[in-house]
Design a protein around this ligand. Structure first.
Ligand SMILES: [Zn+2]
Ligand SMILES: [Zn+2]
Length: 343
């Protein structure tokens, strides 16, 4: 048996939608790896799953899709992995590989796609499974906790950066500065961009400046110069027109979140004219993931992390919602010593 969190009744995190349970250790299917979870990042999407912002796709699902773990078993069809290998598990879990989107290299748009911690049990547990074709081999030399947030926050931030079409040496605005944005900023800075951060949290603004960003201001304040590109990381639709107004002519705004509150009406003259573009970002392809992990290793991209024992996942989600930390929260599987009192 193993311990795992499950979303028992989706609702506001204050009403404790998550329950800590015991379940049998999963058995990997023929194409899957069985992975002992060593660390699992806490993503805002986990909060959306727990709170019911995303519809239920698997009742009682275990959230968590930023998993760093160790292969402890392989299905009969798996080649290329052996027990002891360190792997990462990310949000995109399965695609059909046969639809028009998959065939043109846009597997992130596959209508049959499945996601870790939404369609299938994820990493808020001692063990989990992943189709081998969707696991990422991880390099050595970086610890589990530092790597975990790269697997969603990092990869999605990277896709959002690509979708924002930032020109070389360009001016980039980041709205919101949590787990994803602070990794994206490091890649953009390493590639020579000027980066301006607009966010409400004082600690986040401090972190932005420490990482080398050129300015850090309040979420609704204008940046010090017009932007070639902007990325909206905060799930706040009210910021869409704010960010569009901050763009220079021909600028692009990409919206990184899977969930966004409604946007107010847009004013064509000030917010869209002069060929400004508004783009969404939907998941990522495995190619995005491999590219980002390689870039992250090359440029030494590091997540600023705050660890919680697995048994305190609920606190991590509460703190995420309240914006109580900068960077990213990571659950560490240390259950032997840290069971909750009620258990
Ligand atoms: Zn497909
Ligand atoms: Zn995520």
């Amino acid at each position: 048996m193993m311990h795992a969190w499950e979303v028992a009744r989706p609702g506001p995190i204050e009403q404790e939608p998550l329950r800590f349970v015991e379940r049998p250790v999963p058995v990997p299917r023929a194409d899957q790896l069985l992975v002992r979870v060593r660390a699992c990042g806490v993503c805002r999407t986990d909060l959306h799953v727990a709170e019911g912002d995303l519809p239920v796709r698997l009742a009682g699902v275990t959230p968590g899709h930023e998993v760093v773990g160790e292969v402890v078993g392989t299905g009969s069809d798996v080649r290329g992995y052996v027990p002891g290998d360190r792997v990462g598990i990310a949000w995109l879990r399965r695609t059909d590989g046969t639809c028009a989107y998959c065939l043109r290299g846009a597997e992130n748009l596959c209508p049959a796609s499945e996601y870790t911690g939404w369609d299938a049990h994820g990493g808020y547990a001692e063990y989990t499974t992943v189709p081998a074709a969707f696991a990422y081999p991880l390099p050595g030399g970086v610890d589990d906790v530092t790597l975990a947030p790269l697997l969603c926050a990092g990869i999605i931030g990277y896709r959002a950066l690509r979708r924002a079409s930032l020109p070389p040496g360009g001016r980039l605005g980041l709205y919101g500065f949590g787990g994803s944005a602070h990794l994206c900023a490091q890649v953009a800075l390493a590639q020579g961009a000027r980066v301006h951060v607009m966010t409400r949290g004082e600690a986040a603004r401090r972190l932005a400046l420490e990482l080398g960003c050129d300015s850090a201001r309040g979420a609704y304040e204008p940046p010090p110069e017009p932007l070639d590109s902007a990325i909206l990381f905060a799930p706040v639709g009210d910021l869409v027109p704010v960010a569009l107004r901050a763009l220079d002519r021909g600028g692009v705004l990409s919206v990184a979140g899977i969930h966004l509150t409604d946007t107010p009406p847009l004013r064509y003259e000030t917010e869209l004219f002069y060929e400004k573009e508004l783009r969404s970002v939907t998941s990522n392809t495995r190619e995005d993931g491999r590219e980002f992990l390689a870039l992250a290793a090359r440029h030494g991209v590091r997540a600023t992390t705050h660890t919680y024992p697995l048994a305190r996942a609920r606190d991590a989600l509460r703190d995420l919602k309240a914006g109580r930390f900068d960077g990213a929260a990571v659950l560490v599987n240390d259950l032997v010593n840290d069971l909750p009192a009620r258990h």
